[in-house]
Design a protein around this ligand. Structure first.
Ligand SMILES: [Zn+2]
Length: 352
């Protein structure tokens, strides 16, 4: 059995307020379903609970324009229209709902600084939000914010396994060499957000600190895991992170309605094991954030299994939450992913 790691789970009942109305796919049901699965299995005998509090405006201004923050406040009072071109609707109270969830990620960082090994905020992971705009259901970017807050103290790696490119995080930290940004995502030009090709590698002193792994539709566990091991793990071994921030969208799962990647819960679990072995080697702390995930049931299972792994809990009950089997890619997809791996190894100097 794994050793227990000192773990805290950040929560606030008002997380439910961050949920888009009508038939919008982003619903807060996912987080509460995951928490219920954890409660039923007695997770909180071993894992501490901590209450999220809203992030202050002065902290938000470290990464967002004041004008944009004011705009969100205004739309939040009006409660109609969109915060972007049509993906992220405004609803009454969206500002308060967003700052609470971002505050949860700031709380996760505080708990790491207080001595926890692992801090979990499933209410976070808004990786599309940019400096002066909302995007892809994300209002404020908690991922980039906590990296900025922590980078003087820690060498940080962000590992983003949401099915979409973490474009907002990339934009906000593109010239930053204290934060390694790795994003694995489905990629083609007509798929949101359209960025995240292998040649986007950072700028200025941040050059080489952004790694994008663009994956074709149909990428399943086998090809995904080999890309993860051969590129991301190798880069992490060189970088030696002191803090790893995981953005775990559940939308890389094979049953997700918006993304055509084919990861099973076993594939997710394997990726988390790889991250854990890096964390053991370099004594890295871990922050787990949520992200997308539009099959709520699958996303809840993924987050529950990951939480158990990171905390080092007994896996025997949790194992029942897994999909039956690892998934396989077609030969065509495998070849395409192998080409991506080869290019990335050249670009990032990983050819030894
Ligand atoms: Zn996503």
């Amino acid at each position: 059995m794994e050793n227990l790691r000192k773990t805290v789970f950040i929560w606030n009942e008002n997380y439910l307020e961050y949920s888009f109305p009508g038939d919008h796919p982003f619903k807060s049901l996912r987080e509460s379903m995951a928490k219920k699965l954890m409660e039923e299995r007695g997770f909180f005998h071993e894992i501490d609970l901590e209450n999220a509090e809203p992030v202050t405006e002065s902290l938000l201004e470290k990464i967002h324009d004041k004008e944009y923050i004011e705009f969100v406040k205004k739309k939040s009072l009006e409660g109609k229209g969109y915060l972007d071109d049509g993906d992220t609707p405004a609803f009454k109270g969206i500002y308060e709902a967003a700052i609470l969830r971002v505050g949860g990620s700031v709380k996760a960082l505080e708990m790491i600084e207080k001595g926890y090994d692992v801090a979990i905020n499933l209410g976070g992971g808004f990786h599309h939000a940019k400096k002066s705009s909302a995007s892809g259901f994300c209002v404020f970017n908690d991922v980039a914010l906590i990296a900025k807050l922590a980078e003087k103290k820690y060498k940080i790696a962000i590992v983003d396994i949401d099915g979409h490119h973490g474009d907002g995080t990339q934009q906000l930290l593109y010239d930053d060499n204290r934060v390694l940004k790795a994003s694995l995502h489905m990629f083609h030009r007509n798929f949101f957000p359209g960025t995240g090709n292998y040649d986007e590698i950072g700028e200025g002193k941040g050059k080489g600190f952004t790694i994008n792994v663009p994956l074709p539709p149909g990428t399943a566990d086998d090809a995904y895991i080999s890309a993860f091991k051969e590129v991301v793990v190798k880069k992490l071994e060189k970088f030696k992170p002191e803090l790893i921030i995981i953005v775990e969208g559940g939308d890389s799962h094979f049953d997700d309605p918006l993304v055509e990647l084919k990861l099973s819960t076993k594939g997710y679990s394997e990726v988390i094991n790889e991250i854990l072995s890096i964390a053991r080697r370099f004594s890295s702390k871990i922050i787990l954030l949520g992200g997308g995930g539009y099959n709520y049931e699958a996303t809840a299972r993924i987050w529950t299994i990951t939480t158990a792994q990171l905390a080092g809990l007994d896996m025997s009950e949790v194992d029942l939450l897994h999909d039956c089997c690892f998934t396989s890619s077609t030969n065509f997809v495998k070849e395409k992913v192998n080409e991506v791996i080869k290019k990335l190894k050249e670009i990032h100097g990983l050819l030894d």
